[in-house]
Ligand binder design. Structure first.
Ligand SMILES: O=C(O)[C@H](O)[C@@H](O)[C@@H](O)[C@H](O)CO
Ligand SMILES: [Mg+2]
Length: 382
């Protein structure tokens, strides 16, 4: 069996799908993308083509090492996202050839269902109460929201109080009948992380995500000394070589590798195993599409330390298309009482509606995140 062709489809809302064809007529799908840099990842995917076309798709481990090590330069958001989507498609092919879901090829189910959570409140965390009420009717009891708007490296107690007031309002409205993570989204610099975490302590959020930016990862252990709130991070870390320093230094209770950014199933399985050795939970990051989510679920269902799965249904980014718009087997992705079941079909478990994908790729938007600025005109972390 040989790889014959790689076709990329950029499409709304901000995703990219990859189809890998083989000479046996079996194709696999992946979702290589960096939100806002889809064209860069698309170029990277096609730069990997000469290493892949003509090769045996069954040799995922060798092809992964060739892509990672063969070009001298390695790592980073663009290359690791390209490898991620290619890796996902190769696992999809392998499962289809062997007639089994990927989780079966990885040793079988470690759980019967996987807890998922839903975003509420959008870029600027207003209206979360209304969103939580609506989603609770749909069976969700676990949520995530942004913790702040723009925040200076050093900022006022008033800004801290505004952020905390929203969280207090949620606890006032729902008590502990719901749980939620608070995403600092990289908007909080080290000087403000400690006072903000301290002020949030009484409301006992499930976790605080990206308490500081990944490039400040040496802060995680220090911050963990000052708070009992579990700290989470990982969406902007792209390989086990980045995660290893964080595991060794400690501080994170939850790691959130993104299956479409951190080298795919092959790499994220290794990150999950490293995390388990340090008693760190796994909660894959996934604000993206159905193929990325399917890849996450394949890892969740074989990882003992998987605790929560992000999914993008209703997320504020999904303008122009929703999570399940491009797939045929929508029912396999149903959420019951806040849980998802293992995807039963061979491979990743996604049946892609190719006609819809091709049509949507004719009018793909070039999504970019907003550029925020502080009152003084300087760039603010979004
Ligand atoms: O936790 C999350 O989902 C992420 O922080 C998410 O908001 C970002 O990764 C966004 O997709 C970047 O464009
Ligand atoms: Mg996040």
């Amino acid at each position: 069996m040989k790889i014959t062709k790689l076709t990329t489809y950029r499409l709304a809302p901000r995703w990219m799908f990859l189809k890998i064809d083989t000479d046996a007529g079996i194709s696999g799908w992946g979702e290589p993308v960096i939100e806002g840099k889809a064209r860069s990842v698309e170029a990277a995917v096609h730069e990997f083509e000469p290493y892949l076309v003509g090769q045996d798709p069954a040799r995922i481990n060798d092809l992964w090492q060739v892509m990672y090590r063969g070009g001298f330069y390695r790592g980073g958001a663009i290359l690791m996202s390209a490898i991620a989507g290619i890796d996902q498609a190769l696992w999809d092919i392998k499962g289809k050839v062997l007639g089994a879901p990927v989780y079966e090829l990885l040793g079988g189910l470690v759980r019967d269902r996987m807890k998922v959570y839903s975003w509420v409140g959008g870029d600027r965390p207003a209206d979360v109460i209304r969103d939580i009420q609506r989603l609770r009717e749909g069976g969700f009891d676990t949520f995530k929201m942004n913790g702040t708007e723009e925040l200076g490296i050093v900022d006022s107690a008033r800004k801290v109080d505004e952020a905390v007031a929203r969280i207090a309002e949620i606890r006032e409205a729902f008590g502990h009948d719901i749980e939620f993570g608070i995403d600092f989204h990289g908007r909080v610099a080290a000087p403000m992380a400690k006072p903000l975490l301290r002020a949030l302590e009484p409301y006992r959020p499930l976790f605080v995500e990206e308490p500081v930016l990944a490039e400040q990862d040496e802060q995680y252990a220090r911050l963990a000394e000052h708070t009992s709130i579990p700290l989470a991070a990982g969406e902007r870390m792209y390989s086990r070589f980045e995660f290893k320093r964080v595991f060794a230094a400690g501080g994170l209770s939850i790691v959130q590798p993104d299956l479409s950014h951190a080298g795919g199933i092959t790499e994220c399985l290794k990150i999950a195993s490293m995390a388990e050795a340090y008693d760190v939970a796994l909660a894959p990051h996934c604000p993206l599409g159905p193929i990325a989510l399917a890849a996450c679920l394949q890892v969740d269902f074989v990882s003992h330390n998987a605790v929560l799965q992000e999914q993008s249904m209703g997320i504020h980014y999904n303008q122009g298309a929703e999570l399940l718009d491009y797939i045929v087997n929508k029912d396999d992705f149903r959420i019951e009482d806040g849980y998802m079941r293992p995807l039963p079909k061979p491979g990743l478990g996604v049946v892609v509606d190719e006609d819809k994908v091709m049509a949507a790729s004719q009018r793909a938007p070039d999504w970019r995140n907003p550029l925020w600025r502080h009152a003084d005109g300087s760039v603010a972390e979004w």
